[in-house]
Design a protein around this ligand. Structure first.
Ligand code: ASP
Ligand code: MG
Length: 466
């Protein structure tokens, strides 16, 4: 099969972004003229957030404000349609007006009822992807690229879990393959909105925020795509947060598990769970920068990972609190750990790193809102000491599983920095250090020097697709 190309909100934000998209799709088509790509798009940047705001206004019964906000959105789309598809602007604008007409009727009804159910919310939010995908299909066609708009709701069938629907993969496989073959084999780019689907009965659903990546992975998986490209506004995943390590560089390859570890530390490029359908079918997912399409990006695969003897990336989580809990009975009695973790559970406080010794347990937490309650309750059966202003620094790499020298190198790099806790979890894809928050820049810098050859600085990144 061909490739699936997903363009996030910032990659369809305005006429310039659409121009870049056209250039990127054209290049792909030149490379493989006999296999047209499948294009999946998000709503224009900011539109989903705006539509959520509109549903809040409807809930408050403020039909006037909701209506005005929708008119402003309509205006943005109509103006953009004229710019990106001048030859077919009239027809495109007519369908956009029709979509918005329906949407306004729906929102007005919701404002009268002052109630927005998850099902109604999906119907409202879906409009963003419906109109953006229509616009991209028209813009491609207008620039002599054969393209067909396909309503994603007619091919992506999901269950009825509104706002977080789950696709029916087997059913979708049949439906989509038939549909795609007609377009792709005929050299025609199929354009669909991401994030949206419909139940078997045709009721509109959405896959949850950020769901366009998920759509792209689903389409890629059922079509057995060669590759899924996620076009966004950053070069890919980096070896470290460039705000802390200015000479961080691109991580060219990641395994799926590494990507998940990094997402946990706040790497926001994409949520790895959304690409799972593709990764489990061994379809590589490549993150690419629509502003710098010549760059290779980061490719995520099931096996992935860095070359032998290398780490993949380093990451950190700042401002955590360490809690040392020592059993008041000298040895850890039977049931001690259970009681201890029950306290954290009762006060809904997630624990990150855990280390244990014979008489004590140390944990780190990030959310300290219930710290007072946690400590009071732990003191019923243990001595407790807290240390704020700490941080977690983690070195991530599949190679840590097979190469013990990497561990030694990491610890050596941190020479003379006080390490409060060190741990390596069962997966052994990371080594985690807990240290003083003030030492984070030095620690990250030294680890980066030790494992990643210096490279040109990456330009600071700003906006992100949500
Ligand atoms: N437009 C949707 C959102 O903002 C889906 C996506 O962009 O992935 O969450
Ligand atoms: Mg996104």
């Amino acid at each position: 099969m061909s490739v699936v190309m997903k363009f996030g909100g910032t990659s369809v934000a305005d006429p310039d972004a659409i121009d870049r998209l056209i250039g990127i799709v054209r290049r792909q088509l030149h490379q493989r003229p006999e296999r047209a790509p499948v294009v999946v798009v998000s709503a224009l940047a900011g539109v989903t957030d705006k539509l959520i705001e509109v549903t809040r206004q409807a809930e408050e019964g403020d039909a006037a404000r909701a209506g005005a906000a929708l008119l402003a959105l309509l205006d943005r789309h109509v103006t953009m349609a004229a710019a990106v598809a001048p030859a077919s602007a009239t027809a495109l604008q007519a369908s956009i007006r029709a979509d918005f007409g329906e949407l306004m009727g729906l929102v007005h009804a919701l404002a009268v009822l002052r109630e927005v159910s998850p099902r109604s919310l999906d119907a409202v939010l879906a409009a963003g992807e419906v109109v953006s995908s229509r616009m991209v299909a028209a813009a491609l066609a207008d620039h002599d690229i054969p393209a067909a708009w396909v309503d994603a709701r007619s091919v992506l069938v999901t269950d009825a879990e509104h706002t977080g629907a789950v696709p029916d993969m087997d059913g979708n496989r049949r439906r989509l393959r038939d549909r795609a073959r007609r377009h792709v084999d005929g050299g025609e780019v199929m354009v669909l909105g991401g994030f949206i689907g419909a139940t078997r009965n045709g009721v509109t659903t959405t896959l949850g925020r950020g769901g366009s990546d998920y759509s792209a992975a689903i389409f890629g998986a059922v079509l057995d795509a060669d590759e899924i490209q996620i076009w966004t506004d950053v070069d890919g995943m980096l070896t470290a947060d460039p705000r802390i390590v200015p000479n961080a560089r691109l991580a060219p390859q990641l395994s799926f598990a590494e990507a998940s570890e990094l997402a946990y530390f706040g790497a926001k490029v994409l949520h790895p769970s959304t690409i799972l359908p593709a990764v489990t079918r061994n379809i590589p997912v490549r993150i690419l920068n629509a502003r710098r399409p010549e760059r290779a990006g980061t490719v995520i695969t099931a096996g992935g990972g860095a070359a032998d003897g290398e780490l993949t990336a380093i990451a950190c989580k700042r401002n955590v609190t360490v809690i040392d809990i020592t059993s008041s009975r000298m040895l850890m009695a039977h049931g001690f750990l259970r009681r201890l973790f029950e306290v954290f559970e009762r006060f809904r406080t997630a624990v990150d790193v855990v280390t244990t010794s014979e008489v004590s347990v140390s944990v780190t937490i990030d959310d300290t809102r219930r710290l007072g309650d946690v400590v009071d309750n732990l003191r019923h059966f243990a001595e407790v000491a807290c240390e704020p202003d700490m941080a977690i620094v983690s070195a991530v790499g599949e190679n840590l599983r097979s190469d013990p020298a990497l561990f030694v190198r990491a610890v050596t790099a941190l020479d003379r920095i006080a390490l409060r806790l060190v741990s390596q979890a069962a997966g052994r894809r990371n080594i985690t250090f807990v240290l003083r928050d003030a030492d984070v820049p030095e620690a990250m810098h030294r680890l980066h020097e030790a494992f990643f050859a210096p490279a040109a600085a990456i330009e600071p990144v700003s906006a992100h697709d949500s």
